[in-house]
Ligand binder design. Sequence first.
Ligand code: FES
Ligand code: FES
Length: 206
Amino acid sequence: MTDNDNYVVDGAGRRWFLKQSTALAGTLLLPPLATSSSAHPAAAPTADTTTRPITLRINRKTYKLTAEPRETLLDLMRERLNLTGSKKGCDHGQCGACTVHIDGRRAYSCLTLAVMQQGRDITTIEGLGTESALHLLQAAFIEHDGFQCGFCTPGQLMAGAALLKEGHTGSADEIREWMSGNICRCGAYPGIVSAIQSVKKGGTPG
Ligand code: FES
Ligand code: FES
């Protein structure tokens, strides 16, 4: 894990530097009035970059590592654990591409801090099914053409699998409503709704 940690700390440092550079560029573009009023600016808050040891349980595996308090679950999984199935679309909780299950409930991993997930059971698209034993919804997506370019498909599958367990499948409208937090620009919605309905008819997946 040490190599991993070194790599990620460097990565986080680069992101921090870029954010600071962007903020600085924004400051330089402020009109003179705004900049002159800050002759004695208050000390900028410094980010807490102290790492903490954490233990995460993801897809039935235990990971022991260290994480900064500001690190999202999505970044940690993608950049350090090579779990890249969860996609970073908007990084703002708007597209659903990063959807995972935490203790059986769906969550946007881009809005979830990794350090808050100790002791919880996390499932990503990598843990939903396997190549030889697809989750029923994965098989239904193939049969009903529920995916296209694939960037949003992992999130759609995770949301759909949770929705089936939650029982929000009374009608196509209800499915659409409960899937509305997942955006797909390819317009595969009809196939996704059909796939969810077909799994519902065949029985709720475990
Ligand atoms: S990347 Fe998390 S909701 Fe868009
Ligand atoms: S599959 Fe392409 S945007 Fe959703």
